[in-house]
Write a protein that binds this ligand. Structure first.
Ligand code: ATR
Length: 278
């Protein structure tokens, strides 16, 4: 590890932050590419987040990732928001420009698509309806990514229907809202199912979803990566569906930030995946 007095510094802002895998991930790339730099965890409570983000240029940071629960709050803490972050309504990457201007970006949508292409290379947007569970920040990025990829029907299922309707109105495109109790019917003839909620994560209740109506040809993706094989993915794999776990999205969404801060476009490899999991 090289950290000189000229080191480039970036990090991740969240609350809490102790479970984040991002320092491990970026640390591996810094080592791998021999970069004079550091990527540090920044535990910032909600009431201090705007102050902390505003201080980044003065502290010499190149930028940060923004994680739960600050992705929406970061929108109003930056000077400029790029078109993707504006559309999704959330910021997960901040880049400090040469002039000290803070730019908010969102790389979750491209991270999701890159991971899907890697895990299910045969999936095509034209294959049929896509069911998305969840309408939080992650759900917004996934729906935007799918609409932009050319999916002709997104069936959005969320416990709070008002939130799903707001998402559909904001993102636009062929997004149809299904009530929570209608989630089983939404699976009929679907080509892809994506869980964007935190249900199924260690310490959270599992996602209560009977896959009976889902065609065996459908791809099932879960954004949860802890555990790597969620109950949903295990059930899908058991009935022959192709499954895509959530770790790859974490790795792929990190690529553009690392490139902007440290000047090298890093690679997502099997070795990196194993290291981040370890
Ligand atoms: P993120 O930014 O990670 O997407 P979020 O904005 O807090 O996190 O969104 C969490 C998602 O998980 C929401 O879709 C939420 O549903 P509501 O909009 O109805 O709150 C969903 N979720 C969380 N706990 C849930 C539960 N017990 N049952 C159903 N959905 C749940």
């Amino acid at each position: 590890m090289i950290i000189s007095a000229k080191a480039r510094i970036a990090g991740v802002i969240g609350w809490p932050i102790s479970h984040s895998r991002s320092p491990r991930l970026h640390g591996w790339w810094l080592e791998r590419y021999g970069i004079d730099g550091a990527y540090v965890p920044l535990a910032v409570p909600p009431e201090r987040v705007e102050l902390a983000i505003r201080a980044l240029p003065d502290l010499g940071f190149r930028g940060v990732n923004v994680t739960v629960p600050h992705k929406r709050a970061a929108l109003s803490a930056v000077d400029r928001i790029d078109a993707v972050a504006e559309r999704i309504g959330a910021v997960n990457t901040i880049v400090v420009g040469e002039d000290g201007i803070l730019e908010g970006r969102n790389t979750d949508a491209e991270g999701f698509i890159a991971n899907l292409r890697e895990g299910a290379p045969d999936w095509q947007p034209s294959h049929g309806p896509v069911v998305v569970i969840g309408a939080g920040g992650a759900g917004r990025a996934v729906v935007a990514a799918l609409v932009d990829a050319g999916v002709r029907e997104v069936r959005l299922v969320n416990r709070s229907i008002v939130k799903a309707e707001a998402l559909a109105a904001d993102i636009g495109g062929p997004v149809h809202v299904f009530p929570w109790f209608g989630r089983l019917a939404a699976l009929a003839d679907a080509a892809l199912l994506v869980n964007t909620t935190s249900l199924g994560m260690n310490g959270q209740p599992m996602l209560d979803l009977d896959l009976g109506k889902l065609p065996p040809s459908a791809v099932v993706a879960d954004l949860v990566y802890s555990p790597l094989e969620t109950h949903l993915l295990a059930a899908a794999r058991g009935r022959g569906n192709i499954v895509v776990d959530g770790l790859g999205m974490l790795l792929h969404q990190a690529v553009p930030g690392f490139e902007a801060w440290f000047g090298v476009r890093p690679e997502v490899t099997a070795e990196l995946r194993a290291f981040v999991l370890g």
